[in-house]
Design a protein around this ligand. Structure first.
Ligand code: SF4
Length: 345
């Protein structure tokens, strides 16, 4: 065993993984000599491959929601061979805390979560009301007793990802995107549920305003296979050839590369929003049933829009009131007012 490493066990959501990235910046600054490995599910691992602080990404072989004790024990044995000084367990479940404990990693840092006494031996406790996600994760870089208060938040680095010129050129060529014409990325989906989605017709109206300003603009509609229909509805309202419906057609790594070259990104409160923010692209973030202050965009040029209705944030997957006013009444004209200066810049 040559050198001891740091192990990060990643959150299982893309947006949360992005917002955990400043923790790695703090850990790298504290131990520049120590390689950092990230253990992540395959759906999230492309995010970590674009983070400069990560030396190796290890994909988890576990099924979602399954304990799979035998597999976890085998995985832990492999980790024991690699040699870790410390482990940071970002999911709150016992089954993820088991891994570094079984691997015999001496320092195991995390939140109490599912009462993980013993498995986590440097235990943090969350504040009430809950902090925004970046300070929530970044606090794990400091001892538990010193993390509270606004001082730490003010000093925090922002999430930071990067895509190479070669990655960008390759994805543009593969999907027929003209590198010489401007590109605006839109992400009309949201994995969490329909309540977070701005209506497809509103995205289409906003895209029309973008095209009226500059008809040479290409609109890239991004998302997972589940977002194909929403993206198809947007594309159907736009002139032929103006929009690329790429939902389900790109890998996450390709979507990251496209976002990295976009003039601006418009997104619901979703993983792609936080990726755009970490790539420091101009971002327009649309919030409905979630709190815009909990996971805000961090780009130099960013705007969040929320009507902040009395019923918001309800944090529900589907609108419990049935009208979805938080998104339906958020007018495309209001979004255009915020997006236009970003495109001009
Ligand atoms: S209850 Fe209110 S905040 Fe929640 S989805 Fe419906 S309109 Fe939006």
């Amino acid at each position: 065993m040559s050198e001891l490493r740091t192990l990060i066990i990643s959150p299982n959501w893309i947006g949360d993984a992005v917002m955990a990235q400043p923790l790695l910046q703090l850990l790298r600054a504290a131990h520049p000599e120590r390689p950092i490995d990230v253990l992540a599910p395959p759906a999230v691992s492309p995010v970590w491959r674009q983070a400069a602080e990560v030396d190796e990404v290890l994909e988890t072989p576990f099924r979602h929601g399954a304990l799979q004790l035998r597999q976890r024990w085998k995985f832990a044995r492999m980790l024991r061979q690699r040699g870790y000084a410390d482990a940071y367990v970002l999911p709150n479940t016992i089954k993820y805390a088991l891994i570094p404990w079984l691997a015999g990693i001496k320092k195991r840092v995390g939140y109490k979560g599912e009462s993980r006494y013993g498995m986590i031996n440097l235990m943090h406790h969350d504040e009430l009301p809950p902090r925004p996600m970046v300070p929530f994760y970044a606090a794990l870089a400091k001892p538990p007793v010193t993390v509270q208060g606004p001082g730490l938040r003010a000093a925090l680095p922002r999430p930071r990802l990067a895509a190479s010129a070669a990655q960008i050129a390759e994805v543009q060529q593969r999907h027929g995107i003209d590198p010489a014409r401007p590109l605006v990325a839109m992400a009309p989906g949201a994995e969490f549920g329909g309540a977070k989605r701005w209506p497809a017709g509103h995205f289409a109206s906003l895209a029309k305003a973008v095209l009226a300003r500059d008809p040479s603009t290409q609109i890239a509609l991004l998302g997972s296979p589940k977002d194909q229909q929403a993206c198809a509805e947007v594309a159907a309202e736009l002139p032929a050839g103006a929009a690329f419906n790429l939902a389900g057609a790109t890998s996450l790594a390709e979507a990251i590369a496209l976002i990295a070259r976009a003039a601006a990104v418009v997104a619901n409160d979703s993983g792609l929003l936080h990726i755009a923010s970490a790539l420091n692209r101009p971002v327009l973030a649309l919030y409905g049933p979630t709190d815009p202050d909990h996971a805000p965009p961090f780009s130099d040029l960013a705007a969040s829009i929320s009507l902040r209705l009395d019923c918001s944030p309800c944090k529900q997957r589907e609108c419990p009131l049935g009208h979805h006013d938080c998104m339906v009444k958020l007018a495309p004209e209001l979004a255009w007012q915020r997006l236009q200066p970003m495109l001009a810049a």
